[in-house]
Design a protein around this ligand. Structure first.
Ligand code: EPZ
Length: 430
């Protein structure tokens, strides 16, 4: 079903007020769900966001013979004891890159896994060579047929490995960490990703009995074996990207807004940059207040250069909302996207809205602000740029239509309801 958002812009006025809660993180819940495939023990996860990507994992689970049931609004019980095969349903898996994260635990548990090549993505090529190399280093044999990959391990046991990542990869780090918990011997991952999602996955795996040292640093050591721990229910951490996007919205269009149920330490880089730009923020243990900002004109806030970087640097996933921010504040700002080669294409639509942005090359744009944005009809290209368009539509003059809301629903649960509660005029239409 093609749904759209209709947004009435505030024409630069800073009137939004109230409390906006953050829900569980998409990029945190996906590896946790994958990790449940490593154990026969029943698991409960809570603070699970009601998003399309979780529904897709549920569908993949159903095809694998995994029981996946919603026991309360944000709580799911998962039982993988009936799992019968390691074949990911191709139709679902190829539309959805994160499905490759399920391949590691399947291979480790069953000795075989098969999955399609994930489709190209608007944000870049997104190859899977690191995954394939690592699986083979752990002793798997790879066959490629009709755009599908089949992995098999002799005697059903992966071997530990020492692996240096040529590029820091979040999901490959997660995948190898999971596979290594059931492998024979020790695995050392070097130049590993340090994102908070790696740390929460390691905590969960440890609760299942895994022996992991160093998660959250560039060197992670996993002592392989069996997972015999008795897991308790586990909380999906709050979405740091949702937190960051709400912060940017509050800085641009808020009078006083409190962002609750979040972990401010995970968006420290953004808090630091907004403060330097002139935004007044109060940081508490689990909430952030953007205070009294309604009186401060955006044109008195200053621009800055932004360079995306692996955690704890500035996240590529917040690059699009930050670029919207830079269109509204004073000065020239260079945005340098270092992680994905196609992640600045959405700026053409901001230019259509009146932004002054020049594209230097696929990785760099120069933003000159402040500029009045004008409401337009927009096509949400991917999840993060989709939410950035919602923010742009809120600060703009006039009405906007944002098509392809599915992309936003992939990662944000009922975002329009939460935005309406702080005063945004946004409606979902079919
Ligand atoms: C994760 O993707 C996130 N997805 C992305 O969020 C996020 O943008 C990205 O990390 C960077 O933080 C999930 O957690 C589900 P990478 P991932 O492997 O792991 C290259 C969102 O909007 N690479 O860390 O797929 C790759 O092309 C999504 O929620 C290879 O060359 O990203 C990129 O240039 C989008 N070969 C770089 O590494 C490989 O085999 C880092 O990407 C794998 C990756």
């Amino acid at each position: 079903m093609k749904e759209r958002f209709l947004v009435k812009g505030l024409a630069g006025k800073k009137t939004l007020k109230g409390v906006i809660p953050v829900f569980g993180g998409k990029n945190a819940v996906l590896p946790l769900l994958a990790a449940t495939l490593l154990t026969k023990a029943p698991i409960e996860l809570y603070n699970v966001p009601d998003i399309e990507d979780v529904k897709r994992v549920g569908e993949l689970f159903e095809h694998l013979g995994v029981s996946f049931g919603r026991v309360a609004k944000d709580r799911y019980s998962i039982n993988t004891s009936g799992i019968s095969n390691g074949e990911l349903n191709h139709e679902i898996a190829k539309r959805f890159r994160a499905s490759i994260v399920l391949a590691g635990p399947l291979l480790a548990r069953l000795g075989q896994a098969s999955f399609p090549h994930p489709g190209g993505d608007v944000i870049g090529e997104r190859p899977i060579d690191i995954f394939l190399e690592g699986f083979q280093r752990m002793g798997a044999t790879l066959t490629e047929r009709d755009g599908s990959y089949h992995l098999e391990v002799k005697k059903k046991k992966l071997q530990g490995m020492e692996y240096f990542f040529k590029l820091v990869s979040v999901t490959a780090t997660e995948t190898f960490m999971m596979a290594a918990t059931l492998a024979q011997g020790k695995t050392v991952l070097k130049n590993a990703a340090m994102e908070p999602e790696i740390t929460s996955l390691a905590e969960f795996l440890t609760s299942l009995g895994a022996k992991i040292v160093g998660a959250g640093t560039p060197v992670i050591t996993i002592e392989g074996g069996t997972l015999t721990g008795t897991p308790k229910s586990f909380m999906v951490p709050p979405d740091r990207l949702e937190t960051g996007s709400f912060l940017i919205l509050a800085a641009l269009a808020g009078d006083t807004i409190e962002i609750t149920n979040c972990n401010p330490g995970e968006v420290e880089v953004l808090i630091e940059m907004l403060r330097r730009s002139g935004v007044s923020l109060t940081v508490k243990k689990n909430s952030i207040i953007v205070k009294g900002n309604g009186k401060v004109k955006n044109s008195s806030l200053s621009g800055m250069n932004v360079r995306t970087h692996e955690y704890p640097g500035f996240p590529t996933d917040l690059q699009a909302p930050m670029t919207v921010y830079l269109t509204q504040v004073k000065g020239e700002s260079l945005v340098f996207e270092t992680v994905f080669e196609g992640r600045l294409n959405y700026v053409h639509d901001l230019v259509r809205m009146g932004a002054d942005i020049s594209m230097w090359n696929p990785h760099q744009v120069m933003v000159r602000g402040p500029k009045v944005l004008v409401g337009r009809e927009l096509e949400s290209p991917d999840i993060r740029a989709g939410l950035a368009f919602v923010i742009a539509a809120i600060v703009a003059k006039g009405d906007s239509v944002i098509n392809n809301v599915y992309h936003i629903d992939r990662g944000y649960e009922e975002v329009e309801k939460r935005l309406r509660a702080i005063g945004v005029d946004i409606e979902r239409v079919k």
